[in-house]
Design a protein around this ligand. Structure first.
Ligand SMILES: Cc1ncc(COP(=O)(O)O)c(C=O)c1O
Length: 395
């Protein structure tokens, strides 16, 4: 029997799928073309149109996209790449995959993004690039980043995993650096299950990334099978990978693109509503959006700060935040930490002898980040319940 008093379950997020998505994923099953093919091509075209990027290359994940991007740029052992100290671990991992060294830069706590004032001090003769992350849908401060990159002749790859639809001074995320990399994991605004996308304005990077995504092939299967001499295999002149997206995912991506503007607009409205509800809740730092930025609101990530956080009180506040999350969970409301600080994960602490005190803001963000539920179909009633529950628990 249904328990009428049981708390309503509010998940951290929920993809928006309708009849269009259900119909889309069946189409490749009917045609029989289920690997990277016509729907992936269509998805890439829709993505380029939406984000105003010249070329888009679909991949099996954003991690794969980032890996292909640094491989395309020729990252090699001994090179150094500057990455933020607070980001999903794969931003740094792809640098390690190439035998290069990620050099971590602390973040600006209110925006959770790389502290642009610290980048130049980390540049050495070995530095070849910067991977700024547009965390949770807010662009990193690209103008100063591009300026320092130009001055020191460095490339820029934007980790735009969370930043579909985000803008900075009128331009879309993914159009600033040599390449931009997006994720379509179900925690993102639009999803293909797993999936990723590279954007670039450079035709040579586009060609090479496409080839590397498909074992280093000189032409895609779509070209081979729809052009002449399809009976001959491609040539393989590069060491490539299998990072192809399936056409089932491509078809799903097309359907998601058709409702992308609505999803982004609705997420922004829901976020605005949280901002209003939480305006007087001074123990929670809500997402900051500086002038000239359009937040994509992949997630609504706050900072738990019942008092000014420092390295001295952070462990105590961390316990309080976790207690809050436990109690919200008991009320049926899911929360999550924002993301993590790779600089306190075993692989990096051991390999590079890193200490959390070197990255105080990344450490505070890791310990005190608090993501509230957000999804396009979320109702004001659900948001009110989240707000009331936060207030009840915090007393
Ligand atoms: C900042 C950032 N970079 C990279 C990734 C990796 O994306 P994917 O799961 O598609 O490989 C994520 C995923 O959450 C992310 O948040």
């Amino acid at each position: 029997m249904k328990d009428e008093t049981a708390p309503q379950k509010i998940p951290i997020t929920k993809p928006f799928f309708g009849a269009e998505e259900a119909a889309a994923i069946v189409a490749p099953l009917h045609s029989g073309w289920v690997v990277q093919g016509p729907f992936v091509k269509q998805f890439e075209e829709k993505f380029s149109t939406f984000t105003e990027s010249r070329f888009s290359i679909a991949t099996s994940s954003c991690t794969a996209a980032l890996h292909l991007a640094v491989a395309t740029l020729g990252l090699k052992p001994g090179d150094e790449v500057i990455v933020p100290a607070f980001t999903w671990i794969s931003t740094a991992n792809v640098v390690e995959y190439m035998g290069a060294k990620p050099v971590f830069c602390d973040i600006d706590l209110p925006t959770f993004n790389i502290d642009v004032g610290q980048i130049e001090g980390l540049i050495t003769p070995r530095t070849v690039g910067i991977i700024p992350v547009h965390l949770f849908g807010l662009c990193a401060e690209m103008q100063p980043i591009q300026k320092v990159a130009q001055k020191h002749n460095l490339w820029v790859v934007e980790d735009a995993a969370c930043a579909f639809g985000a803008r900075y001074h009128g331009k879309y995320a993914g159009t600033f650096g040599e390449m931009g990399c997006f994720s379509f994991h179900p925690r993102k605004s639009i999803t293909t299950g797993e999936g990723g996308m590279i954007t670039t304005r450079r035709a040579d990077f586009d060609q090479l990334a496409r080839s590397l995504r498909d074992h280093g092939a000189s032409r895609s299967d779509l070209l081979r099978h729809t052009g002449k001499a399809g009976f001959l295999l491609s040539e393989y002149n590069h060491l490539g990978y299998n990072y192809r997206m399936t056409d089932i995912q491509g078809a799903l991506g097309c359907a998601q693109m058709d409702r992308a503007a609505w999803i982004l607009e609705t997420l922004a409205q829901r976020a605005q509503h949280y901002n209003q509800l939480l305006i007087e809740v001074d123990w929670l730092g809500t997402p900051r959006v500086p002038d000239g930025f359009v937040h994509g609101y992949q997630a609504y990530v706050c900072l738990f700060r019942p008092e000014e956080p420092t390295l001295n009180n952070v462990d105590r506040l961390h316990q309080q935040r976790n207690e809050l999350m436990i109690q919200l969970e008991a009320k049926g409301i899911a929360t999550r930490q924002g993301t993590h600080a790779p600089v306190i994960q075993g692989y990096y602490t051991e390999k590079y002898a890193l200490r959390s005190e070197q990255f105080p803001n990344a450490y505070l963000a890791d310990r005190l980040g608090l993501t509230l539920p957000l999804y396009a179909q979320m109702t004001e009633v659900e948001q009110a319940l989240v707000y009331q529950s936060l207030q009840q628990v915090m007393g």
